[in-house]
Design a protein around this ligand. Structure first.
Ligand SMILES: [Zn+2]
Length: 401
């Protein structure tokens, strides 16, 4: 059954007794997660789990050129009749409406699920379309640059690409299929950016859990499970991050790469959705108020700097240094210059930190923060990061930029 009303999870999970004591812990996850080399070649088999016989396949035209034939072959072998529609590049209401009306025009198909194949925006558009059609979504990310694939939410943009906030869904994706060979073929900067996003998961979940007024993105209390998943995500990145980078540089799929892909996609996705976000994502989103930063950098690159800022204002200098050393090695930004902001540019820093202070996820931080505290923290990060680059080298970053 098709739906047109927005779903508001915080109204579902909140309590009406006027206290803040009885907010439940909520854990959210996709029903199936499948990862490995060449799994895309078996997509028809996986869709039969639902069971689906007429999937809508949402894919960009470049994606269709790259792996459309694998998908068509597998659908044919398994007796599925897919309708292919091209995604136009922006996760906007206009694009969602366009796809819905094209799906309607093809009434010879009796569509029974929406399969989105591509980057974060295609994946998010697929989830929004599936929700409106009342169908299950199946997500096939072509990059490991973000943790969008597993979550029950989409980030909606204007047609000009300005973020308009998140849309939530009652159902998580029914199946997430990650072909590690496809992910390994993408430029290494995407994998590295995903590591920045994933590394913040544990630190933000910890903050949200330890603060009794902390809430996850669905307005619930975090679960221990999400915290444990976030911690495994961070330790895996510290241990295998560099090996994952060299695997992609050599174009091979090995155990280290599989571990990093799972960390960036599954562990980070489950960890953030049921563990909660905090300062790192508040600062990261705030960097997008500077158009040059927004156009030049990937989400996880801004999250990396956001995490360092969070660790500094939480007074955890040792962990900030540990994370900064890791980021410098893999090529994530560790000082302001590496995000195209000058240390002396007071005006930009004030704009960024005003936005960070107003971000809803900043409320999960336990301390009272002023804008000047955030600016001071960013300047300390800048010093720590610059020192680390002087001691080691900026090779990691300069290889990617
Ligand atoms: Zn993120």
């Amino acid at each position: 059954m098709a739906v047109d009303k927005p779903f508001r999870p915080s109204e579902v999970f909140s309590v009406e007794d006027g206290t803040d004591q009885n907010v439940p812990r909520v854990f959210i996850s996709p029903a199936r997660y499948i990862q490995g080399p060449d799994v895309l070649k078996h997509i028809g088999r996986y869709l039969k789990i639902l069971p689906s016989s007429e999937p809508l396949i949402l894919i960009s035209s470049s994606g269709e050129n790259r792996f459309g034939s694998f998908i068509r072959d597998s659908l044919r072998k398994n007796g599925l009749n897919g309708l292919f529609l091209n995604f136009n590049g922006e996760c906007s209401m206009d694009e969602i409406e366009r796809i819905l009306s094209m799906a309607k025009q093809n009434d010879s198909h009796n569509l029974d699920c929406v399969v989105a194949v591509g980057g974060g925006k295609c994946v998010d558009t697929g989830k929004s379309v599936a929700y409106r059609m009342g169908l299950p979504s199946v997500i096939i990310p072509s990059l490991a640059s973000n943790d969008a694939p597993c979550s029950a939410l989409s980030v909606i943009y204007s047609s000009e690409g300005v973020s308009q906030g998140a849309e939530y869904f009652p159902d998580s994706p029914a199946i997430v299929v990650v072909d590690s060979k496809i992910v390994a073929e993408a430029p290494v900067r995407y994998l590295v950016s995903g590591m920045g996003d994933a590394m913040a998961t544990w630190y933000e979940a910890k903050t949200c859990f330890n603060n009794l007024t902390g809430r996850t993105t669905v307005g619930a209390r975090p679960t221990l499970a999400a915290g444990a998943i976030g911690e495994l995500c961070a330790t895996t990145l510290y241990e295998y991050g560099m090996a994952g980078v060299s695997a992609v540089e050599q174009g091979i799929v090995n155990d280290a790469l599989e571990r990093i892909v799972e960390s960036n996609t599954l562990l980070s996705g489950l960890g953030f959705e049921s563990g909660g976000l905090a300062g790192a994502h508040s600062v990261a989103q705030a960097f997008t108020v500077i158009p040059k930063v927004q156009e030049t950098y990937l989400h996880g690159e801004m999250v990396a700097f956001g995490l360092l800022t969070q660790l500094v204002f939480e007074d955890d200098g040792a962990e900030a240094e540990k994370a900064a050393e890791f980021f410098a090695k893999v090529g994530l930004p560790v000082n302001l210059k590496q995000l195209s902001v000058e240390r002396s540019d007071k005006n930009s820093l004030e704009r960024i930190m005003t936005a960070a202070l107003n971000a809803s996820t900043m409320r999960n931080e336990p301390m009272e923060l002023k804008r000047s505290d955030l600016i001071d923290a960013a300047l300390v990060v800048d010093k720590i990061g610059t020192q680390i680059l002087d001691n080691y080298s900026d090779m990691g970053y300069s290889k990617l930029h």
